[in-house]
Design a protein around this ligand. Structure first.
Ligand code: PEP
Ligand code: MN
Length: 340
């Protein structure tokens, strides 16, 4: 069950509720939000649940006690009906404005990253993407420039007043990547790396959790639950395509996941049509569709010279492609009551 504390609850009152739950023999998982605190109680047997719920509900400093039957609690919409807005140093994700995250798949050189970032910013992107640690299927292909790339991303983003999203692959690097990044990307291959999820749950840097390429929506939300349960409330979900029998596209971008997640969860939903399709022309069409189905943000690969890209050139938009695409998105966003 989840105990939603009243907005005016004091620290002592919060401690009191936590103590009652502990005394009943259950696990306590508080999330201290800015507006209010919610406390998850885990392991409550069905037989005693309604009695405990009633006694907590009688307290004047408890607003509501909710029994949640789903396998994820903190990620569920019941606990947070109005939808979460994540503040990334002033850039909001999950509000009316759709967040544009764009940049190269991978930081190759300062020059390449700068050219991409400059064009993305000019088109309206507020968040710079770029891989420093690249998960590669082949151990022979480019693995990323690591710390050197993190530094390039940070410097360029600061110069352009952008935020940085980049992948962290290894739990030993979480603190390091946090020094340079504003959003930690958890890649598709790591969606069920539970040690890594627990580690990013310990920090406050927002996390963009990509969907595992074979993950069901419920498994994905349970992965998000690991991060939330750890105490990091700033989680967004990113649909990036799943494996199906189709091979014409790199992945099958499951856009129905966007409204499905909106029903099930309060977490912002991002769409990555680049990994999602693998083909430039399809990226453009599916980005428009993503806006139409209610995405809160877009993660798009843009390269100044896609034909020379070390990674993912075929799915990278040129700087011109991206500028034109954003222009075309404005009326679509307006039609669904959003801005860009
Ligand atoms: C990427 O964003 O470049 C990437 C590797 O993503 P994914 O984990 O979705 O494949
Ligand atoms: Mn990529």
């Amino acid at each position: 069950m989840i105990v939603v504390m009243a907005a005016h609850a004091t620290d002592e009152q919060i401690k009191d509720v936590e103590q009652r739950i502990v005394d009943w023999g259950y696990g306590v998982h508080p999330i201290y939000g800015e507006a209010r605190t919610v406390i998850g109680a885990t392991g409550v047997p069905e037989a005693d649940k309604s009695r405990y719920m009633e006694s907590l509900e009688a307290l004047p400093y408890v607003e509501q006690v909710i029994a949640i039957l789903r396998p994820y609690k903190f990620a569920s919409r019941e606990i947070h009906p109005e939808g979460t807005i994540i503040d990334v140093k002033g850039v909001k994700i999950g509000g009316n404005q759709i967040a544009l995250m764009a940049g190269p798949c991978t930081v190759e050189t300062r020059e390449q990253t700068w050219e991409s970032a400059k064009a993305c910013k000019a088109a309206g992107a507020t968040i710079l993407r770029g891989g420093a640690y690249k998960p590669s299927t082949s151990p022979y292909s480019f693995q990323g420039h690591g710390v050197a790339a993190l530094k390039i991303l940070r410097e360029i983003a600061d110069e352009l007043d952008m935020r940085v999203i980049t992948e962290v692959m290894d739990l030993r690097n979480v603190d390091l990547v946090c020094q340079y990044a504003d959003i930690l990307q958890i890649g598709t291959r790591n969606m069920q790396n539970y040690d890594l999820l627990r580690e990013v749950g310990k920090v406050k840097t927002p996390v963009c959790l990509k969907r595992g390429m074979s993950a069901k929506i419920e498994e994905w939300l349970q992965a998000a639950e690991y991060v939330l349960l750890g105490g990091n409330p700033n989680v967004m979900l990113c649909e990036r395509g799943i494996r199906t029998f189709e091979t014409y596209t790199r992945n099958t971008l499951d856009l129905s996941a966007v409204p499905a997640l909106k029903e099930l969860s309060h977490l912002p939903v991002i769409v990555d049509p680049s990994q999602g399709t693998g083909r430039r022309s399809l990226v453009i069409a599916m980005t428009k569709a993503a806006v139409a189905v209610g995405a809160d943000g877009l993660l798009i690969e843009v390269h100044p010279h896609p034909d020379k890209a070390l990674k993912d050139g075929a799915q990278s938009l040129t700087c011109e492609n991206f500028g034109k695409l954003v222009e075309d998105l404005h009326p679509i966003a307006a039609a669904v009551g959003r801005t860009l």
